[in-house]
Ligand binder design. Structure first.
Ligand code: PLP
Length: 471
């Protein structure tokens, strides 16, 4: 019988296998262009390759890489594939993977300054570097959250507490007046879930109609709705605006919407989870003109900036209301005599936090803003050129115009069922991967260029596949 490793730590094995894993990782990434983007599998197929009972005796981890090739890789949808055009990207550049490895090795818990002074101070500095890169004014303070969903939840909790004069956490919501939050239909479902989790209730997430080519929230309708709600005895609490909505890249006019929020005394939060990364390029910043008026905003370097998941950048004009909403100090977390230091766990729902700032440091040190800008600019150019190519083909129609590197299209005259069939055939083919969406009441194909591995040739190939499948 084979004897397993002892849980006592074997650093020789660690060094040997760490090097092997890096070699294996480079091989995996080099193999991606030849693999189908989406795993061609039936549900249950991956699980069936494993023993179904927990091992009583260990067998060590030597040989586990062969098992990964055998059991795991065939069950992957390859998010780092050069021809991944679905959803939004989740880019992990080599420096950020290595940084994540370093973060795992250091295995810090960065909840308080004193539990990781380096973790805390590098986070503060990296968020300030990124603020400068995005062209956000001084005075915005950043914190790294695990996801945009968490940042938006934190913002919605602040909206609720501010509106209820900080009574919600203490007394609960029973007997309180109805708290209202406003957003368009174009915002991500993370806003709906934040509203549910905050106990505000889906009925109190009020949808404001949109207008214009960017499907922007109508500011006059927003103002009128706030007035009507006040008149009905409800408490307007906040506005969630979007820049680069998930479905079609919708962008609210922040100058107008944030002015309404400010005039009405509402807390404002901007979800720029995907499009925010593009703001390192000054020429794209008109899409979020007025952002300096937001109380908080979120963008995901883990989408389109090459920073390995998880890394969500949450910026606040004033962190105080957030800390007032989320900070809790049991005796064991008190940092006696250390007041004045930032304790980032007071800025987020989870207490424990990894040393995620290392990932942004490695990426910015490796590529600089210029290196990142070049990739994003290529993506936008290639995507827009594919949109033109499809527009020129009588079988296709562009349904929503490109916003940065995202556009939607349909087969001319196709019913929804034919569109679903088209998307299924494209994805079963395996050379590219796209997702469908629904806009203006019809099924469309969402196409976005965002993989850091993608080349212009890959986008041309995507065009060829789409035309071939259109028949
Ligand atoms: N906001 C937008 C606009 C998104 O597109 C997404 C995900 O794609 C999210 C929020 C949620 O992001 P996360 O997975 O970081 O919670």
């Amino acid at each position: 019988m084979t004897t397993g490793d002892s849980p006592r730590l074997d650093w020789d094995q660690f060094a040997r296998m760490g090097a092997e894993i890096a070699e294996w990782g480079a091989r995996y990434h080099r193999s991606l262009p030849d693999r189908p983007v989406r795993a061609p599998l039936e549900p249950g197929a991956v699980r069936a390759r494993f023993p179904q009972t927990v091992p009583e005796r260990g067998t060590g981890i030597d040989g586990i890489l062969a098992e990964i090739d055998d059991k795991i890789v065939p069950g992957l949808t390859h998010w780092q594939h050069p021809r991944f055009f679905a959803y939004f990207p989740a880019n992990a550049t080599p420096p950020s993977m290595l940084a994540d490895f370093v973060a795992s090795i250091l295995a810090q818990q960065c909840m308080l300054w004193q539990t990781s002074p380096a973790g805390t101070e590098v986070e503060t500095l990296m968020m300030d570097w990124l603020r400068q890169g995005l062209g956000l004014p001084e005075g915005f303070h950043g914190v790294i959250q695990d996801s945009a969903s968490s940042a938006t939840l934190a913002a919605v909790l602040v909206m609720r507490e501010r509106a209820l004069a900080w009574a919600g956490n203490r007394a609960g919501l029973a007997g309180q007046p109805q708290v209202r939050v406003y957003a368009s239909d174009e915002v991500h479902t993370s806003v709906d879930r934040a509203i549910w989790v905050a106990g505000i209730g889906a009925d109190n997430l009020v949808r404001i109609p949109t207008q214009g080519p960017l499907r922007a929230m109508n500011p006059a309708a927003l103002r009128a709705q706030i007035a009507a709600d006040r008149a009905a005895g409800m408490i307007p609490a906040g506005v969630v605006a979007c820049v680069g909505g998930t479905g079609t890249g919708a962008c609210d006019d922040l100058t107008e919407v944030l002015a309404v929020a400010r005039d009405e005394g509402l807390y404002s939060h901007v979800d720029a989870a995907w499009a925010g990364a593009a703001m390192i390029c000054p020429e794209f910043r008109p899409l979020w003109a007025g952002i300096e008026g937001a109380d908080s905003l979120v963008l995901n370097p883990h989408k389109w900036m090459g920073v390995q998941f998880d890394f969500s950048a949450h910026y606040l004009r004033d962190p105080e209301p957030l800390v007032k909403t989320l900070a809790i100090q049991p005796e064991y977390l008190k940092t006696h005599g250390k007041d004045g230091f930032i304790n980032y766990s007071e800025w987020s729902v989870p207490l424990g936090r990894r040393f995620r700032a290392l990932k942004l440091w490695f990426v910015l040190r490796a590529y600089g803003l210029e290196g990142l800008r070049a990739v994003l600019r290529d993506h936008v150019r290639w995507s827009q050129s594919l949109a033109e190519d499809l527009r020129a083909d009588p079988r296709f129609e562009i349904v929503t115009e490109p916003v940065l590197s995202l556009f939607t299209f349909a087969l001319k005259g196709a019913e929804d069922a034919a569109m679903i069939d088209f998307v299924t055939r494209v994805n079963d083919d395996g050379r590219i991967y796209v997702t469908q969406g629904k806009t203006r009441g019809r099924i469309v194909v969402r196409f976005q260029v965002g993989s850091f591995a993608c080349t212009e040739e890959d986008v041309r190939l995507a065009g060829a596949v789409l035309k071939e499948m259109a028949g």
